[in-house]
Design a protein around this ligand. Structure first.
Ligand SMILES: [Zn+2]
Length: 250
């Protein structure tokens, strides 16, 4: 019995030493990571640094989604991110309208990065996702397929205190429009004067349809629920872009 416990002691000691050195290594790695992430003159670019705010025009990295989530939740960060990018979003007092309707993070959106928007009340987080979509998908797709920039996004509104509409009628659930967590886009105007709409340009094999399909796919990266002409007849003339949802895109 005595021999057994003598043999066990070095093992216990070795295990304890191993555990201690592992903990020290993890702590050291943590300190190095904090130093890299948090120091003001960090060598890590901002768009790779999850502790820094989102920049709309910075290249998209795996960190972008995290930065976007932080900005969507925090109104002050969201407003700052839009302002840094020169986006026209003037602050308004929150709107409360009954139990189910209203707009928090409220503002009037009038311009994105390069495209204008006819002034519309919406949430900051909705405007933010629109701006990401415009800069990273709409403008590149327009240059690629149509040889022109988009000068204006055409829409039919964001806030609307109403229940959900489906092809079977009105549902009991409240629409995401009732809190301005949605935006309906009907088309674009190009810098060369052309006006493209979903109703006119969704179908077909031409460059216009290719552009429409590409920006529809692109919108699914920035919004959590997207419904377009392929979903049902209610959406024949617009993309319904929603900031809440579970990744449905059709
Ligand atoms: Zn809608």
């Amino acid at each position: 019995m005595e021999e057994d416990s003598n043999k066990r002691r070095p093992f216990v000691l070795r295990a304890a030493l191993f555990l201690l050195s592992s903990l020290l290594s993890i702590a050291l790695l943590g300190l190095v990571a904090m130093w890299v992430l948090l120091r003001p003159d960090s060598v890590l670019p901002e768009h790779w640094n999850p502790t820094r705010p989102l920049s709309i025009t910075a290249p998209v990295t795996p960190v972008t989604r995290w930065q976007l989530r932080v900005a969507s939740r925090d109104e002050a960060v969201c407003r700052d991110v839009l302002a840094q990018a020169g986006i026209g979003f003037s602050k308004m007092e929150p709107l409360v309208s009954g139990e189910h309707c209203g707009i928090s993070q409220r503002g009037s959106l009038s311009s994105l990065i390069d495209a204008q928007v006819s002034p519309i009340e919406t949430r900051c987080s909705t405007a933010l996702r629109l701006a990401m979509w415009e800069h990273h998908d709409i403008q590149p797709a327009a240059r690629q397929h149509l040889g022109s920039d988009v000068s204006q996004l055409l829409h039919i509104g964001s806030y609307n205190c109403r229940k959900m509409r489906t092809s079977r009628g009105t549902e009991n659930a409240w629409s995401s429009h009732a809190t301005a967590r949605a935006f309906d886009i009907t088309g674009v105007r190009l810098s060369d004067g052309r006006r493209l709409t979903l109703l006119k340009n969704w179908e077909g094999a031409g460059a216009e349809a290719a552009f429409m399909r590409q920006i529809w796919r692109g919108s699914c990266k920035w919004f959590r629920l997207v419904l377009g002409p392929d979903y049902n007849r209610l959406h024949a003339d617009h993309f319904h872009l929603q900031t809440s949802g579970w990744g449905f895109c059709r």
